[in-house]
Ligand binder design. Sequence first.
Ligand code: UD1
Length: 371
Amino acid sequence: MKIFLVAGARPNFMKIAPIVRALKAQSDPQITQITRIEYKIVHTGQHYDYEMSQTFFDDLELPKPDFFLEAGSGSHAFQTAKVMVAFEKVCMAEKPDIVIVVGDVNSTLACSIVAKKLLIKVGHVEAGLRSFDLTMPEEINRIVTDSIADYFFVTEKSAVENLLKEGKSRDKIHFVGHVMIDNLFYQLDRLKNEDLSKFATYELKKSLEKYAFLTLHRPSNVDSRETLLGIVEALKEISTEIPVVFPIHPRTKKMLDAFDIKLDKGVTLLEPLGFRESLFLWKDAAMVMTDSGGLQEETTALGVPCLTLRENTERPVTVEIGTNTLAGNKRGDILDCYRQIVENGKQGTIPPKWDGKAAERIMDVLIAEKL
Ligand code: UD1
């Protein structure tokens, strides 16, 4: 069985890392194999800066990609098309049996369409999540990918229900848990045995008794001056009570400069961080504020209170039983939710099957399928 594993943008890298580990274990010549597995990593190049890409490969112990497609940035159509043209060539030359895509970025969509049109099976990891908000590019990517995928690897119950409602066959939906949580637990273990003083933010963390950790990059939050200004004003008030540590995404930096919006001095601005340095900071934060999908889930897995700066989430389990609260992106709403969390906190439990074994379960499914 020849597997292509696709990753393109920052949130993909932590999702493929555990799958690569499971594939490596499966391909070990020392073990008796019923199915011989060959796998290749395809990096589309959607993210390309050292801080957005290479540092994750190093941090997550990912091998060098077998194919690098150099798609780069651009409008949605431009970027998607560049990935498609380059990926088609590789698929035609290599003829994989299955293409595994993860998450909901433009590379996920582009590679699914290419594979499916070449009659190659598509497996979608993190399938079935829905925000029901079609103004979000990721929602379109999720819906289109799921409309043509053959295997659905699902992280939470809501996703199973969404896929069934969309007419998917139950036997193709596999509730395996979450590869991103596999990665989180694995990396947390590694951190325990390391000299943490090597991190550039070590002294900063030591100097702060209590802090909030912020990430912000969604177009719906940063591409409009009014919205971004509202968030910055809320942060200004919050940071008078608790210092805010903010590794900034390149898109957000660009927009703050373009709108000439300045952050308050209570907000410590950092370059984008590698996975492990980011984890080192947020795991001990009093609170995380974010518009990322992944961080909503990772904070739930570690029980850290999270304020999500969005009106909706495609990951409802994090709000229903996890530590996540939807705060919206308006100044007053963010401050109200912040107060609630400060006064009452939010206890959560870990969602079913978020136990570090999702990649193994995916492997079991693939092997049973005998592609
Ligand atoms: C993409 C994903 C989003 C994910 C996010 C994580 C889509 C539709 N969006 O959004 O789901 O949460 O990644 O980061 O796929 N840039 C750089 N260096 C890079 C990459 C990007 O400077 O290495 C800048 C460029 O100006 C670029 C902009 O960031 O135009 C946006 O990058 P892009 O890949 O289009 O989308 P993200 O906002 O990163």
